[in-house]
Design a protein around this ligand. Structure first.
Ligand code: PGA
Length: 248
């Protein structure tokens, strides 16, 4: 099974910078034999960079998609991103849904995220659906109940025969340099795996996210049910992103 390396560029990179990244990344990746046989790469540029990434990646082995979509396909929703445009016009096959910054800063709630996941699936795209607990919730021993509630609500009504990717990102580990311990990651990934199986999902991968870097990637990838990463800071430069991939 390939490991997944998903780059969350957040509100960074101009279209030109996104283009340069892809060109350089392809050049570097192809120097490594079998790179795309062992690594599935997904890029999440900000909306203005999606077309640039699409023009270089559509039809190649590099997946891509928007960092957020609205749960309606089109209409009077000023300022939102259309998943249908991303899918049909830009050939995006993935969408990042429910990142903790969307949940916290933009107050996105489970019911909306569920509608987004359903729309993504109806367009034959794959969600990278983010869940994770805050520090306060972890300290109150609420990690698993919080993750399960987010999973139950977010994935309700989805076709369990269709692929879904879940990204476990402890909120306290995102952009902080604090990585969850291997034991913490192992416990939560095992629990998510069991939960998804119990809910009847047949095709899923579970990513870890939160301060992943080249020097912690190899040990995290050995944890059972860690199928890859969602990477923020370390995905912005080709060299650091590639080094995370090469830890595989
Ligand atoms: P980070 O971000 O790798 O910079 O911690 C991860 C994310 O926000 O998805």
């Amino acid at each position: 099974m390939k490991k997944i390396f998903a780059a969350n560029w957040k509100l960074n990179k101009t279209p030109e910078q996104a283009r340069e990244f892809v060109i350089q990344f392809k050049n570097e990746a192809f120097k490594h034999a079998d790179f795309f046989k062992t690594c599935e790469v997904i890029l999440f540029p900000q909306a203005f960079g999606l077309e640039a990434v699409s023009s270089l990646c559509a039809g190649t082995e590099i997946g891509f998609g928007p960092q957020n979509i609205y749960f309606e396909k089109s209409g009077a929703f000023t300022g939102e991103n259309s998943a249908e445009v991303a899918s049909v016009a830009l050939k995006a096959k993935f969408a990042l849904i429910g990142h903790s910054e969307r949940r916290e800063i933009f107050k996105e709630i489970d019911g909306q995220l569920n509608k987004k996941n359903i729309l993504v699936q109806s367009l034959k795209m794959t969600s990278v659906f983010c869940i994770g607990e805050s520090l306060q919730q972890r300290e109150a021993f609420q990690t698993l109940p919080v993750c399960f509630a987010q999973l139950d609500a977010g994935l309700a009504g989805l076709d369990q025969n269709v692929r879904v990717i879940v990204a476990y990102e402890p909120v306290w580990a995102i952009g902080t340099g604090k990585v969850a311990t291997l034991e913490q990651v192992a416990e939560v990934h095992q629990a998510i795996n069991d939960k998804l199986e119990a809910r009847g999902f047949k095709s899923f991968q579970i990513l870890y996210g939160g301060s992943v870097k080249a020097d912690n990637a190899a040990s995290l990838l050995k944890v059972p049910h860690v199928d890859g990463f969602l990477i923020g800071g370390a995905s912005l430069e080709v060299s650091s992103f590639l080094n995370v991939c090469l830890a595989n």
